[in-house]
Design a protein around this ligand. Structure first.
Ligand SMILES: *[C@@H]1O[C@H](CO)[C@@H](O)[C@H](O)[C@H]1NC(C)=O
Ligand SMILES: *[C@@H]1O[C@H](CO)[C@@H](O)[C@H](O)[C@H]1NC(C)=O
Ligand SMILES: *[C@@H]1O[C@H](CO)[C@@H](O)[C@H](O)[C@H]1NC(C)=O
Ligand SMILES: *[C@@H]1O[C@H](CO)[C@@H](O)[C@H](O)[C@H]1NC(C)=O
Ligand SMILES: *[C@@H]1O[C@H](CO)[C@@H](O)[C@H](O)[C@H]1NC(C)=O
Ligand SMILES: *[C@@H]1O[C@H](CO)[C@@H](O)[C@H](O)[C@H]1NC(C)=O
Ligand SMILES: *[C@@H]1O[C@H](CO)[C@@H](O)[C@H](O)[C@H]1NC(C)=O
Length: 646
């Protein structure tokens, strides 16, 4: 009995953390690489069916339909001289001596493609989706090595904004790392070296504003203190912020041998980001990736950071954009205590303010030496999101969904190192793991994802293949109101009239009340089906048993948040699963008389008990040889489970 109590305790502990549903999906819209692509860059424009992928010496232009994928592969080989030089120079990097495409971005209607080109980066323009040509244009173009790193293991981030391309290059030995404006109609710029301490970039996002001059770009990164003692944490997670619409101060360089002007960023600021419970030792300091969800032209939203600790465990922390904005606007600057004269240093100001006035020059000096704010950015809900601990998260994207109650809900898609996707609803109450998708035949890690909210698609890439999924995958939730509501999927609602779980149509009129949902709690009382559920019986499948045989009865597990039990002869006795996973299996244990009678498998969730499957065991009285018996037991199990699944 003791072991049983333990088991049920364990079950209640993990229930919230596990995905409620598990789907094995092999969509026809998938593409296989001819060779493994261990570094993939992705570009996708919302509303299109085309996905651009950068691989090793190759650009893939993939056009997805619901039936399959049309692919165009454009070779982008390295110069032979670059390969020879690379191989002669660095033996440990020999595998990286090729042209890995690191950047594909659309800047002002031009698709810019840059690659490592075996240690001496090169850029192209992709013309007509078919041809790579040399970069040309009226705008400013930085050297390719400011846009793409020389080797794929050096992580870089690129973000098009306001007709320009912003490129962030992580630090490696002998290279400090920087943020630059590299391409477009505006002046080229670079951050000061003292502002970033061995940065490893994790992401970048535009923070919109109704006033154009207040538009900002956030860069997410980790800094590494290489002189930290062994007992000290070398990583510090950071948010860096710049204004896109700022005036440029050019100044005379002192001590230069000939006159030259230096152009500077006047608005760089950075803040420390914490992820962990309170001030405990359980801190996750290495930010690996970050995504931002914001409403159109509003400075509100949420940022999700993917962090790891020294043991490689990954977690997600969520931050409020308002909190971050507040900190940048009001916090003291580290190491600077004098009062500010005029505009606060580092703020985004209108371009027509007095450029180069004495206060601005002074503020420039303040930001140059004191870019860090004192306030620390802490996650909403204080701790990391309560997610399964056995999955290592490798990539994440997020979406914002307008639900039937006219409110917005955040949905996270987490790619794991096993090639799975977790679909997670995040509300003010916490997280709910809607489902887990197993997509790939080869269980490699998810390397990259792109989301298209407009068309409702998720693109997922591993080193072997790329697949497209529907965000509103409502048909999988079953054909009852209760199953639809308990899915807690904000993309899906129960259509009262058609009695179907459907995707919320674009432009749905919330006042009609045609669709129902309940996203805040797992509670399907809106369906009003309680009485009907109690009555529902399945017709028992007959199984003829040889006496003296071990028999196993399988019950397919649909909801991993439900409790499964077996009952005999209308609930006179009930039994736990002998073992469970995808099936709750009833088998012979000491006091389980698996003989004649009707066995029903019952699933309890949200306070309701529902019958899933039932078997009538009929004894045919004959004895069997012991060795054969166990084989037969197993074959019954398998026979019945295939019967169920088809
Ligand atoms: C792109 O397409 C246009 C129109 O079909 C054609 O005139 C042009 O030559 C093409 N450019 C390249 C580089 O192929
Ligand atoms: C986009 O390119 C065109 C033509 O090259 C140029 O006139 C325009 O100013 C650019 N727009 C931006 C926002 O840079
Ligand atoms: C790096 O760690 C060392 C040792 O604790 C410390 O003295 C130094 O100030 C740290 N550097 C920075 C930039 O925090
Ligand atoms: C300059 O800024 C002021 C507000 O500071 C604004 O009223 C004015 O319209 C701006 N002028 C131009 C030309 O943008
Ligand atoms: C929504 O439906 C209500 C009545 O059901 C109607 O009065 C209203 O005009 C509709 N709104 C829109 C935007 O169609
Ligand atoms: C579900 O919601 C209804 C009405 O809001 C409430 O009466 C009921 O107790 C809830 N059920 C559970 C299991 O929380
Ligand atoms: C079958 O029953 C006989 C005697 O009733 C027993 O000795 C034997 O171990 C049983 N075999 C199995 C597989 O239970």
């Amino acid at each position: 009995m003791n072991s049983f109590i333990l088991l049920s305790l364990f079950a209640t502990v993990i229930v919230g953390k596990s995905p409620r549903l598990k789907f094995v999906v092999h969509e026809p819209s998938r593409f296989h690489f001819n060779k493994p692509e261990n570094y993939i860059s992705m570009y996708h424009q919302e509303g299109s069916d085309t996905l651009y992928l950068g691989g090793q010496a190759m650009v893939y232009v993939l056009t997805f339909t619901n039936r399959g994928v049309r692919d165009l592969q454009i070779a982008a080989a390295s110069d032979q001289t670059a390969i020879d030089t690379c191989k002669a120079k660095a033996a440990p990097l020999e595998l990286e001596c090729d042209n890995f495409i690191t950047v594909i971005q659309k800047v002002n209607d031009t698709i810019v493609v840059c690659g490592t080109n075996a240690g001496s980066p090169r850029c192209w323009m992709l013309v007509n989706d078919t041809v790579l040509t040399d970069v040309q244009g009226n705008g400013q173009i930085a050297s390719a090595s400011d846009i793409s790193p020389p080797y794929p293991s050096q992580r870089s981030i690129s973000l098009p904004a306001d007709g320009s391309l912003y490129s962030a290059m992580s630090s490696v030995a002998g290279h400090a790392g920087s943020i630059r404006r590299t391409f477009g109609s505006q002046k080229l710029l670079k951050t000061e070296n003292v502002w970033l301490l061995n940065p490893q970039f994790a992401g970048a996002a535009i923070i919109p504003s109704s006033q154009k001059f207040k538009e900002e770009i956030y860069f997410f990164f980790s800094e590494i203190n290489k002189t930290a003692r062994v007992d000290e944490e070398p990583y510090r997670a950071r948010i860096g912020r710049i204004c896109t619409w700022f005036y440029v101060i050019s100044r005379w360089m002192k001590g230069a041998s000939k006159p030259c002007w230096q152009t500077q960023w006047t608005t760089f600021m950075k803040a420390r980001v914490m992820c962990g419970a309170g001030t405990t030792q359980q801190q996750y300091n290495n930010m690996k990736q970050a995504v931002v969800l914001t409403a159109q032209d509003k400075r509100a939203g949420v940022m999700y950071g993917l962090f790891s600790n020294a043991w490689g465990r990954t977690v997600i922390c969520a931050y409020s954009i308002e909190d971050i904005d507040q900190a940048f606007s009001t916090s003291k600057l580290r190491g600077y205590s004098s009062p500010f004269i005029g505009t606060r240093p580092g703020m985004c100001v209108r371009k027509n303010s007095s450029v180069g006035g004495p206060n601005e020059i002074k503020n420039l000096g303040v930001i140059r030496y004191h870019p860090e704010i004192e306030d620390v950015i802490r996650p909403v809900g204080v701790a990391p999101l309560d997610l399964p601990t056995d999955d290592q998260i490798t990539h994440t994207v997020a979406d914002i969904v307008l639900a039937v109650n006219d409110e917005h809900y955040s949905v996270l898609y987490l790619g794991t190192d096993q090639g799975k996707i977790l679909k997670v609803l995040h509300t003010s109450e916490g997280v709910f793991i809607i489902s887990q998708y197993s997509l790939f035949r080869n269980e490699g890690p998810v390397l990259n994802m792109a989301i298209d909210s407009q068309k409702g698609h998720l693109y997922v890439g591993t080193a072997m293949e790329v697949q497209r999924l529907q965000l509103a995958d409502c048909g999988r939730y079953g054909d009852t109101c209760r199953e639809c509501i308990l899915s807690r999927d904000p993309y899906c609602g129960w259509d009262r009239a058609r009695r179907k779980c459907i995707a919320i149509p674009p432009g749905y009129n919330v006042t009609t009340g045609a669709l129902i949902q309940n996203l805040d709690h797992s509670n399907s009382s809106v369906c009003g089906e309680a009485a009907a559920l109690k009555q529902r019986r399945t017709s028992p499948r007959e199984v003829v048993v040889q006496s003296n045989t071990s028999i196993f009865l399988p019950c397919p597990v649909r909801s991993f948040h439900a409790t499964y039990r077996w009952e005999k002869d209308n609930c006179i006795k009930n039994y736990p699963c002998l073992f469970s996973g995808d099936f709750c299996v009833l088998g012979p244990v000491v006091d389980t008389p698996l003989k004649e009678g009707v066995f029903r498998c019952m699933a309890t969730e949200d306070g309701f008990k529902v019958e899933v499957i039932s078997f009538r065991l009929v004894n045919n009285g004959r004895l069997l040889a012991a060795s054969l018996a166990s084989t037969l037991g197993l074959s019954i199990l398998l026979a019945v489970s295939t019967l169920w699944l088809h």
